[in-house]
Write a protein that binds this ligand. Sequence first.
Ligand code: 5GP
Ligand code: MN
Length: 335
Amino acid sequence: MQSIQGLRELLSSPAKILITTHHKPDADALGSSLALRGYLLKKGHNVSVVTPTDYPTFLNWMNGNDEVIIFEGNEAKANKLCEEADIIFCLDFNALSRINKFGESVRKSAAKKVLIDHHLEPENFATISFSDTSSAATAELIYKIITALGDNALIDVPMGECIYAGIMTDTGSFRHPSTNKQVHLIAAELIDKGVNTSKVHQLIYDNNTEVRLRFLGFALSEKLVVLKEFHTAYMLLNGNELSRFDSKTGDTEGLVNYALSLHGVTMAAVIIERPDGIKMSFRSNGEFSVNDFARKYFEGGGHKNAAGGRSSLSLKETEKKFLSVLPEYKEELSK
Ligand code: 5GP
Ligand code: MN
C-alpha cells in the first residue's frame, strides 16, 4: 500500500498522537478514529481523539468514547494537544474546512499530518496521505492499514466493532455500489475475530427515541416534495420544526435516504436550517454526481452518490437557488 513505509517509520518510536475527524462525526468518522486509537495505544503511543463538534448519542457505545474531547467547549485543551502533537491523523475528511475552527490549529501545528480518507478531491495538506476514493469507508482503510503494518492480530473485538460500524453505515448496510468482495471479506474477518455484527446493527439503527420516529413521520408526510420532471425529491426543514420535535445531533441522519428510495428518483436532498446556517445533504442513484453538484453550488462535496453542502442564504432562498439550478441538469437527472 502506498505510503505504508513512511507511516511505519513515523510510528517506529512512541509519539504524542492526535486523531481528529470531521464536523458532526458519523459512525465511520468516529469508528475509524476510535479503532485507530485502540491500535496506537497498543503500540505504546500517547493518543488523544478530538472531534470538532458533538455527535449522535447512538455512537456512545464505541470503545474509547469517554476519552473523546469535543473541540467546541474545550478549545484550549484541544489546541494545546494540537500544538504538542508529533503526529496528527486526519480521518474521513478531505479538507481542513471540514473540521471548522479546529482546522486552523491543525494547519498551524508543526506535527506530521497523516490523512486517511475516501472522499473525492482531497486538499493537499498532509505529510503522508492514504486517500482512496474507491474505498467504501475510512474504517475499511483503517483495517487495511493496520493489516499492512503487519498488526492484523492486534485488531480486537472493541476495535472491530468500531470498524464494522463504519463500514456498515457508509455502505448503507452493504448495499451501495462501493460494497465489493473485499468489503464483505473484511466483514467476514471481523466476524472471525468475534465481532457481533447484529449487536452493532442494533446499537446504531434500533436506537430511535419516540420523538425521532414521529419526526420522521412528520417529515415524510408533510415535508417531502417530489419533482417528477427532474427525478428529484427533497425536504426542507426549518428551525422551528426541528425544535418542535426536540431534534438532536444525528436525528436527521438517514432522512435523505427515504427521499432517494422513491421509485424513479435520481437525486434526493434534505435542506435543514441549523443555528449555524443551512446544512444540505444530497444523495443520488447511478451516474449523477452529487459531489459535483454540491461543489458547484453549495460549497460542499463528498462522494459521487453522497455529498453535503451548506448555504449562507435563508432557508427559502436556498430552496429557490436549489430549484433554479435543476433545469441545468434535467437531462442528466432523467438517465
Ligand atoms: P451527509 O449528507 O451525511 O452529511 O454527508 C454525505 C457525505 O458528504 C459524507 O461523506 C460527508 O463526509 C460529506 N460531506 C458532507 N458535508 C460536506 C461538506 O460541506 N463538504 C465536503 N467536502 N463534504 C461533505
Ligand atoms: Mn466515511
